[in-house]
Design a protein around this ligand. Structure first.
Ligand SMILES: Cc1cc2nc3c(=O)[nH]c(=O)nc-3n(C[C@H](O)[C@H](O)[C@H](O)COP(=O)(O)OP(=O)(O)OC[C@H]3O[C@@H](n4cnc5c(N)ncnc54)[C@H](O)[C@@H]3O)c2cc1C
Length: 136
């Protein structure tokens, strides 16, 4: 993410959500944190970009790991995901909160897994072919 006096942000730093490929929020957020790091260097007359690298390691990397786990669940079991969205249409609204910076991806990921764990029989039925038409 940094090399010498250069910082990479956004797409070029691979800051694209592994779940749905959203990159605008992460491009803006990383540019803001990078700007703070540069400002820190200029005002404190230091040459450390640690503010940015720490944020990448401790914050954004953890977010992407959570989204990566989620995308493995969804892309390996699309029927399961379809069933979950059918029963919880607000899932996507919660995801939009992630890409608006309102909710952490880690929390969203935990919440989705909780929905799966709460009703494992429904998940199993979804995996085995879905429910009969009209059946709740
Ligand atoms: C078809 C498509 C749909 C998308 N839809 C969404 C979406 O709905 N939501 C979402 O969150 N993300 C979406 N994305 C991803 C999102 O567009 C990117 O993640 C985001 O734009 C990355 O911003 P960035 O500033 O890092 O890079 P960019 O927006 O690519 O900006 C880089 C800029 O650098 C310029 N440039 C390149 N080389 C040089 C050079 N040598 N000298 C000077 N300038 C240069 C380019 O012309 C460009 O203007 C989509 C991407 C694509 C391709």
């Amino acid at each position: 993410m940094t090399k010498g006096r250069v910082l990479a942000v956004g797409d070029v730093a691979h800051m694209v959500d592994p779940f749905l490929g959203e990159g605008i929020y992460f491009a803006i957020k990383s540019a803001q944190v990078a700007a703070e790091a540069v400002d820190g260097c200029l005002s404190k007359k230091t040459n450390t970009l640690a503010h940015y690298t720490d944020w990448v390691r401790n914050d954004i990397a953890r977010e992407f790991i959570a989204l990566e786990k989620l995308s493995k669940l969804i892309y390996n079991y699309p029927r399961l995901w379809f069933g979950l969205i059918e029963r919880n249409p607000d899932i996507m609204l919660r995801y939009f909160d992630v890409i608006r910076g309102v909710t952490r991806a880690e929390d969203f990921h935990k919440w989705v897994f909780l929905q799966v764990k709460k009703k494992p029989w429904k998940v199993l039925r979804g995996l085995m072919g879905g429910r009969a038409k009209g059946q709740k």
